[in-house]
Design a binder for this molecule. Structure first.
Ligand SMILES: [Zn+2]
Length: 77
C-alpha cells in the first residue's frame, strides 16, 4: 500500500518537506537560500514594484573604507 506523502517536495533538492516545516516549501534554510540565490542570479529581471522599498536592500553599497591593516607593516619594513 502506497500512501501519498503528506507534504511538499523541496524545489531545490526534491526531498519531501513536512507540512509543518519552518522553511516551507523548502526542506531547510539551506535549500531556501540556495533557491533564492538562483532566483536572484537568473531571474532578477522582474521589475520591482514601486511600493516595495525593500528591494533597496538588494543593492549593497560599497563597504566603508577600512583603515589599513596592521599586517601590511610586515611588507614595509
Ligand atoms: Zn531541500
Amino acid at each position: 500500500m502506497t500512501e501519498p506523502h503528506p507534504g511538499f517536495k523541496c524545489p531545490t533538492c526534491a526531498d519531501w518537506v513536512a507540512p509543518g516545516a519552518p522553511f516551507r516549501p523548502f526542506c531547510s534554510e539551506r535549500c531556501k537560500m540556495t533557491d533564492l540565490g538562483h532566483w536572484l542570479a537568473g531571474r532578477y529581471k522582474i521589475p520591482a514594484r514601486d511600493d516595495d522599498e525593500d528591494t533597496t536592500d538588494l543593492v549593497l553599497p560599497r563597504p566603508p573604507e577600512l583603515p589599513p591593516a596592521a599586517d601590511d607593516d610586515d611588507d614595509a619594513r
